[in-house]
Design a protein around this ligand. Structure first.
Ligand code: ADP
Length: 366
């Protein structure tokens, strides 16, 4: 068990900086998920923590020790890869016991650890098989077993579920979370899938172009994204983003959209935004913050010509245009939306987001 600290960590490949000075404290037993688009530097960061990649600048601390100069084998970490990396000629038992034997642990201790891990991961009956005789999900469980038996200070996961089909991914994600609840261990998990990040993490770290955009509990990132990037990345379907202007109108503050629609900002939120009146802004509204029910206090009405309808069962997605932008709303199926008809929608302005049009930073935090 250990805390993990990244202090201004940099990774350069020649003149290209893949990781541009990131700092983060990860608590003992915390489950942190790094998420971001392909190429943002997540895997490089994980590989630097693992010791598989040389650090160009900064420090990595595991427990109380700066590990910059320690090789991967000396860092007391265990890593689970997307590719499983199992030895094909060894049985599951041999794959799991391999590193313990290298550590020269007594055979009785090895057996106890393997049996306990196999029980935890429901692979006891697979111990005699070879990887070629296992499904993708079973192989990933074996890879996790191999990590668990080492009782590492830190678990590192690099996109471990990417090779699995959608259903198995959901199942394994709950299993990994359950595993962490049963055996709390400091964990850093890398994925490009924001749903995986939201569902598994104590804290989500959103990376973009080699820097941390925002780190926080899933709900905080969802409700208070610090930037347009985080607002657009967290949540599915994505937050709608529209060019707009913030204007004073009598004693009210209104968001004026490109097509001239005027959406009143609720009084409770107006004070915080008033200093930005007159500015060009990005107006963000999540599909789930748009409803087909009659407007309630704090909601702004808008008539929309529906372009496309996608029934999902509990919700129906509708698409419509405002100016040049296409918006998505997840609305109540009972309202029976039909394409090419006009619908009265209401935007819950208590749940809107405003971002600086130049910097993309949230105006709520400015
Ligand atoms: P992610 O895991 O977020 O998809 P990576 O950490 O793998 O991204 O890569 C970050 C950036 O560093 C990418 O632009 C990638 O092309 C670059 N990169 C990664 N490894 C190397 C390397 N060995 N040499 C040069 N550039 C690299």
């Amino acid at each position: 068990m250990a805390r993990l600290e990244l202090r201004n960590v940099v990774k350069s490949y020649g003149i290209y900086e893949a990781v541009r000075g990131i700092s983060l404290d990860i608590e003992d037993n915390e489950f942190v998920v790094f998420v971001g688009p392909s190429g943002c530097g997540k895997s490089t960061t994980l590989r630097m923590i693992a010791g598989l990649e040389h650090i160009s600048g900064g420090e990595i601390v595991i427990g109380d020790q700066v590990v910059n100069r320690l090789g991967p084998g000396k860092r007391d970490i265990a890593m689970v890869f997307q590719s499983y990396a199992l030895y094909p000629h060894m049985t599951v038992r041999e794959n799991i016991s391999f590193c313990l034997e290298q550590q020269r642990l007594p055979q009785t201790e090895i057996d106890v650890r393997i049996n306990r891990a196999a029980e935890t991961l429901h692979i006891t009956e697979l111990l005699g098989r070879r990887p070629g005789q296992l499904s993708g999900g079973q192989r990933q469980r074996v890879a996790m077993g191999r990590a668990i038996v080492r009782n590492p200070k830190v678990f590192l996961f690099d996109e471990p579920l990417s090779n699995l089909d959608a259903k198995l991914r959901v199942q394994m994600r709950t299993e990994i979370k359950r595993l962490h609840q049963r055996m709390p261990t400091t964990t850093v998990y890398v994925t490009h899938d924001q749903v995986e990040a939201m569902t598994m993490a104590d804290r989500v770290v959103v990376m973009n172009k080699g820097v941390i955009e925002q780190a926080g509990p899933p709900q905080e990132l969802y409700h208070n994204p610090a930037s347009q990037f985080v607002g657009g990345f967290i949540g599915s379907p994505s937050m709608n983003m529209l060019n707009a202007k913030l204007e004073n109108e009598a004693d009210q503050l209104v968001v004026v959209l490109e097509d001239g629609s005027r959406l009143t900002v609720p009084a409770a939120r107006a004070e915080a935004y008033r200093p930005h009146a007159g500015k060009a802004v990005i107006f963000g509204i999540r599909p789930e913050s748009i409803s087909s029910l009659p407007p309630r206090p704090g909601c702004a009405p808008l008539a929309a010509k529906i372009d496309l309808v996608e029934p999902l069962g509990p919700l129906t997605m509708v698409y419509f245009n405002i100016g040049a932008a296409t918006l998505c709303a997840s609305i109540e199926p009972e309202s029976e939306p039909r394409p090419q008809t006009t619908m009265q929608l209401s935007f819950n302005m208590n749940q809107m987001h405003l971002f600086d049009a130049d910097t993309g930073r949230s105006l709520a935090l400015a």
